[in-house]
Design a protein around this ligand. Structure first.
Ligand code: ARG
Length: 277
């Protein structure tokens, strides 16, 4: 054998041995599925299951201080629209859902390692898409501005310049506040903490998604008021579930479950129960 062929043969046997180890060994790292569907008998489409679902548990990260999408229920466990939605998705997929309450800002980097997916009223955003793949969107949202009830100074974007603005760290409200000239942006671990500081008189305004803004304003009638998106030129945002970037099978399963819930009326029932109540 020529020398190059010897080397090639040696490399091939190494590759085979390595391949066998990878195939036979117990691995927790899911394989990347480039193809998530296969042709079944009679041309039917059979979905390939993500290896993240084979243990029967879907681990979900959230930040439970964002009502009505997620908050801590009376029993201290996360509850809310997103939690009910991901539980319904889990049921469709035949897996148990385990929810972990985490910092919002660490959700995207935890997807695919500490947690399988994240659901947290999370807006689809190109920066986040570098780390995660989003499911189909499930809710249209927009930012609002919360101010003290007696405030008359804040009316539009220009009036926010130079103001002390509270946001939750790493949110789209944070991204918007970051662009406001001269603003002193205070970043909190939760929106609930930002709202507390607004009530304490330490902030001029909080930039926050509309539905949570309505909940916080409703809980603090006469103390806080809500300014709509119109005068601030905020644009529509869309919530989706953040999934691991390499796991097309998981994204496909979640999208299929989401579509089924939208068709069978479960989704609308959850909107009525949690958001439009
Ligand atoms: N929609 C905003 C964003 O994606 C805020 C989400 C905050 N969610 C939460 N559970 N705290 O940045």
């Amino acid at each position: 054998m020529k020398k190059v062929w010897k080397i090639a043969a040696l490399m091939l046997s190494f590759a085979l041995i390595l391949g066998c180890f990878a195939a036979c060994g117990e691995t927790k790292t899911p394989t990347a599925d480039s193809e998530h569907t296969t042709e079944g008998e009679g041309g039917t489409t059979v979905m390939t299951q993500s290896s993240r679902l084979t243990d029967g548990v879907l681990t979900v990260g959230t930040n439970a201080a964002f009502p009505p999408f997620e908050y801590l229920g009376d029993d201290g466990d996360p509850d809310g629209f997103d939690i009910a939605l991901i539980e319904a998705i889990g049921e469709k997929l035949g897996v148990t859902v385990e929810v972990m309450d985490m910092e919002f800002d660490s959700l995207c980097t935890s997807v695919g390692n500490r947690i399988d997916v994240a659901i947290a009223g999370m807006t689809v955003d190109p920066e986040r898409e570098k780390t995660v793949t989003f499911s189909d969107t499930y809710y249209k949202a927009i930012q609002n501005v919360l101010v003290p009830a007696d405030d008359t100074a804040i009316t539009d974007m220009a009036s926010l310049e130079g103001k002390v603005i509270g946001v939750q760290q790493g949110t789209t409200g944070d991204m918007i506040a970051d662009e406001i000239a001269g603003a002193d942006v205070r970043r909190y671990n939760t929106f609930a903490l930002a709202v507390e500081d607004l009530k304490n008189g330490n902030l001029d305004a909080v930039i926050i998604d509309q539905n949570p803004a309505e909940v916080f304003a409703g809980e603090n009638e006469g103390v806080l008021k809500l300014l709509g998106a119109e005068n601030f030129g905020f644009t529509d945002e869309y919530y989706a579930i953040a999934c691991p970037k390499d796991d097309t099978a998981l994204v496909a399963s979640i999208n299929a479950a989401l579509a089924a819930l939208q068709t069978d009326g479960t989704f609308d029932a959850l909107v009525a129960e949690y958001i439009e109540k």
